[in-house]
Ligand binder design. Sequence first.
Ligand code: TXA
Ligand code: MG
Length: 344
Amino acid sequence: MKSKYADLKLNQDLNKIKEAAMYIKEGKIVLFPTETVYGIGANALDEKAVNKIFEAKGRASDNPLIVHIASIDMLNNLVKEIGKIEEKLINNFWPGPLTIIFNRKECVPNNVTAGLETVGIRMPSNKIAKKLIEFANLPIAAPSANISGKPSGTKIEDIIDELDGKVDYILDNGMVDIGVESTVVRVIENKVHILRPGKITVEDIERLGLEVVIEKQIMEECNPNERVMSPGMKYRHYAPNTKCILVYSEDENKMIEEINKQIENIGNVLVLGKTSHLDKYNTNNKLDMGESLEDISKNIFTLLRKVDSYNIKLVVIEGVKKEGLGLAIMNRLIRACEHNYIEI
Ligand code: TXA
Ligand code: MG
C-alpha cells in the first residue's frame, strides 16, 4: 500500500478522518466514501490540489467536478443565488445523492468547473464524507474514484490497483450503499432537467409537483459535435474491453429467449442476469446481478470490472425497465455496452 490507508469498516476512528482532513487542508488528495460511490477529493478552493485529481484519474480537463459540502453556509459561499426550485430540491433530498448545478461565484477555481459559469454541488449523507468535509472545514471537489473511462469504485478492493500511490490517503468504509453516482440536475425555466439519472429518481422529483425533463443523451449516443448540457455525457465510460450487448424486453421470457439465442449463435458468452433468471441460461459463464433494482445498482460496477477476466467473445447483459432507479441502471449499462442495445 503506497497511499496512507485507514480501515474504517468496523470502527469509524475520528482521528483517522481528522488526519485525512489535514491532508485536504494541506492540498493533498484523499480517496473517501460517499453513499453513492467512492470519490477522490481535494480542497475545492485550491486549484493546484484540484489539478492532482485530474492527474490521478487521467481525466479530460473539460469535464467538471462535483463539489461536496456539509452545510448551507458552504453553499452560499460558492453560488450566486439559490432559486425556489433548487431550495425545494435541497429541502427534500439533501443530504443525499443529488447534485444540483448552480451559477458559481468567482472563488470557485476554473479547473473545478472546467471553465463553465456553473458548478455542480451536493451534500453527501455518508457520515465519513460529512465528517471529512466538516473537519477540513472546506468544500471538497471530488469525481468518482476510478481511472477515467472505468466503472466508478464502489469498494476499495476494486480500485486499489489503479489508484494506490496516486492518491495520498485512502479511507476505506467497505461497500457503498447505492452503487451508482448521484442524480445530476439543472433547473432551466422552472423545469428540472435530469443530466444524469441516479437514486433520486424522476418520479421522486415529480412527486414534489415539479416538472422534469429527461435529457435525451441519457439513453442516446452523443454526436461528438453536439452541444451537451453535461460534459460527462460525451465520454466513453464504464465499457469493459470485451464487447457487451444489452438486451431488454418487458416480457421476461422473450428477453431470456433472445439471450439464449445469442449464446447459441456466439458460443463463448458470459451472461449478467438477475438471480432468478440465471438457471434459465444455457451457458456456464454467468454472473449474478442480484434481484431488486437496489441490488443491481450496488453490483453493476463490480461486475463490469470482472468481465474482462473471463476469456470470452461477448458479454450479454440483462436490461431492466427504465423506471425509478432502473433509468440510472440502464444509463450506465447502455454506456458500458457502447450503445449495443436490443429491445424486443
Ligand atoms: O455520486 C457522485 O456524484 C460521485 C460521488 C463521488 O459524489 N461523483 C461523481 O463525479 O460521479 P464525476 O466527476 O464522476 O461525475 C460528475 C458528473 C460528470 O458527468 C460531469 O460532467 C457532471 O457531473 N458535471 C459536473 N459539473 C457540472 C456542471 N457545472 N454542469 C454540467 N454537468 C456537470
Ligand atoms: Mg465518474
